[in-house]
Design a protein around this ligand. Structure first.
Ligand SMILES: Cc1cc2nc3c(=O)[nH]c(=O)nc-3n(C[C@H](O)[C@H](O)[C@H](O)COP(=O)(O)O)c2cc1C
Length: 352
C-alpha cells in the first residue's frame, strides 16, 4: 500500500499539509533550517528545545533566542523542563510567540538535561510526565504534542504504557523515536513499537527514526499506521532528501543549487545568531552540504578553517557563480519584518 505523502492531515484543528515533519534538532533547527524545510516539503517544522528553566533563573547556557516568522507555520515549539507550573508558563509564552503546537520533550537522553529531571528521565516518572502534560494542555489553546523515546533502557517498552496516559492527560499527538535513551543513536529504531503505539491511542502518531528515503517513509507509514514520518539526520545539509521523500523527486542538486541554499543558510543564520556564534555553528553544515561527492574534499576542508562567514560566502560563489541569481530569487521570497522574538533561551543541550 502506497501512502500519499502529499496528503494533508490534522492535529486537532491544525492542518498539516504533508505527511512529512522536520525533526527538532538542538544545534541545528535554527530558523533558516525550519524555513528551508517548509520550502522543501515538510508539512510541519519544529524549533529546537527552549528551556523553561529560563523562566525562573536566567542562567541557562543558550545559543540565543527563538525567532518565529510567518513562513514557518505550522510550527511546533519544543519546551523542556520538569516542573509542571514552569512548563505551563513556558507553554503560554511559546503560544503567544506564535506556536501552532506546543511540543514537550520527553526524549532527550543528554545528561545535562536528564540530571535536572527533564527529557527522557520523565519516561520513568509517569505521574510527573502526565502532570506536565495536563498543566501544559490546561494553559494553552494550541494542541500539545509529546515527543518521546521507547524508554530509558534497552528493550524498554515504557512508551506503550505512558503514551495512552499522556493522551488521557491532554496530548493531541505523540511522536515516537523508538530507541531507548541508553541507545542514544546506535542500533536501529524499532518501528514495530510505533505500530503498537498507534493501535493503543486515538490521536495521530508521528514516526521518528532512521527515515532517510521515500521507500523507507512509505514502508514505515504503511506498516505502522502512523499519520506522518519525521526526518532528522537525513535532512542535515540535505534538504533535497525532503523533496525526494515527499515527491519522489530524487534529482541530485546542481552545484549552483547547493551553493545557493548554503549561502542563504549562512546569511540567515548570521542574522539570527550574530556573526560570532554563527561562524562556529555553521562549520558542520559546510561539510554536510558540500559532501556527498558534490564538491572536492580539499574545498570543503578549506572552508571549515576560514573564519568570517563573508569569506566563506565569497569562496562558495567563486566556485559556482551561477548561484548568485538563485540566491537573489530565494531572498526575494523571504517575508520581511514580521518576526516575533521569544524571550526564552534555546537550549544547547539537545537530543531526543
Ligand atoms: C543533533 C541532534 C539533535 C537533536 N535534538 C533534539 C531535540 O532538541 N529535541 C528532540 O525532541 N529531539 C532531538 N533530536 C532527535 C531527533 O528529533 C530525532 O528524533 C532522531 O534524530 C531520530 O530521527 P533521525 O533518525 O531521522 O535522525 C536530535 C537529534 C540529533 C541528531
Amino acid at each position: 500500500m502506497n501512502v500519499d505523502l502529499r496528503e494533508r492531515w490534522f492535529i486537532r484543528d491544525v492542518e498539516i499539509p504533508t505527511r512529512l515533519v522536520l525533526a527538532p534538532m538542538a544545534g541545528l533547527s535554527v530558523q533558516a533550517f525550519r524555513r528551508q524545510g517548509r520550502r522543501f516539503g515538510a508539512g510541519l517544522v519544529c524549533s529546537e528545545m527552549v528551556s523553561c528553566a529560563g523562566i525562573e533563573h536566567r542562567n541557562e547556557k543558550t545559543l540565543g533566542y527563538l525567532r518565529v516568522a510567518s513562513d514557518e507555520h505550522p510550527l511546533a515549539i519544543q519546551i523542556f523542563g520538569s516542573e509542571p507550573r514552569a512548563m505551563a508558563e513556558a507553554a503560554r509564552m511559546v503560544e503567544a510567540a506564535g506556536a501552532d503546537l506546543v511540543d514537550i520533550n520527553f526524549g532527550c537522553p543528554v545528561r545535562k538535561v536528564t540530571k535536572t529531571g527533564a527529557g527522557a528521565t520523565l519516561l520513568d516518572d509517569q505521574g510527573r510526565a502526565a502532570a506536565i502534560v495536563e498543566a501544559v494542555a490546561g494553559a494553552v489553546d494550541a494542541p500539545v504534542s509529546v515527543k518521546m523515546r521507547r524508554g530509558l533502557r534497552d528493550g524498554d517498552r515504557t512508551c506503550l504504557a505512558l503514551g495512552p496516559e499522556l493522551v488521557e492527560a491532554g496530548a493531541a499527538t505523540l511522536t515516537l523515536h523508538p530507541r531507548s535513551a541508553q541507545q542514544m543513536y546506535t542500533g536501529t529504531a524499532d518501528h514495530s513499537l510505533t505500530a503498537e503505539l498507534v493501535s493503543l491511542v486515538h490521536v495521530p502518531v508521528i514516526a521518528s527514526g532512521d527515515i532517510t528515503s521515500r521507500a523507507k517513509a512509505q514502508a514505515v507509514l504503511a506498516t505502522t499506521g502512523a499519520a506522518a514520518v519525521m526526518v532528522g539526520r537525513g535532512a542535515q545539509g540535505n534538504p533535497w532528501a525532503l523533496r525526494e521523500i515527499v515527491d519522489g523527486d530524487g534529482a541530485e542538486p546542481s552545484r549552483e543549487e547547493v551553493v545557493a541554499e548554503l549561502v542563504l543558510f549562512i546569511r540567515e543564520t548570521v542574522r539570527e545568531l550574530g556573526e560570532r556564534r554563527a561562524s562556529g555553528f555553521l562549520k558542520k553544515f559546510y561539510s554536510w552540504y558540500l559532501g556527498r561527492g558534490r564538491f572536492p574534499k580539499p574545498f570543503k576542508q578549506e572552508l571549515v578553517v576560514l573564519g568570517p562567514t563573508e569569506e566563506v560566502e565569497r569562496r562558495l560563489v567563486a566556485a559556482a557563480p551561477g548561484a548568485l541569481q538563485l540566491i537573489e530569487q530565494l531572498e526575494a521570497e523571504l517575508p520581511v519584518g514580521d518576526e516575533v522574538l521569544l524571550d526564552l533561551p534555546i537550549s544547547i543541550y539537545g537530543g531526543g
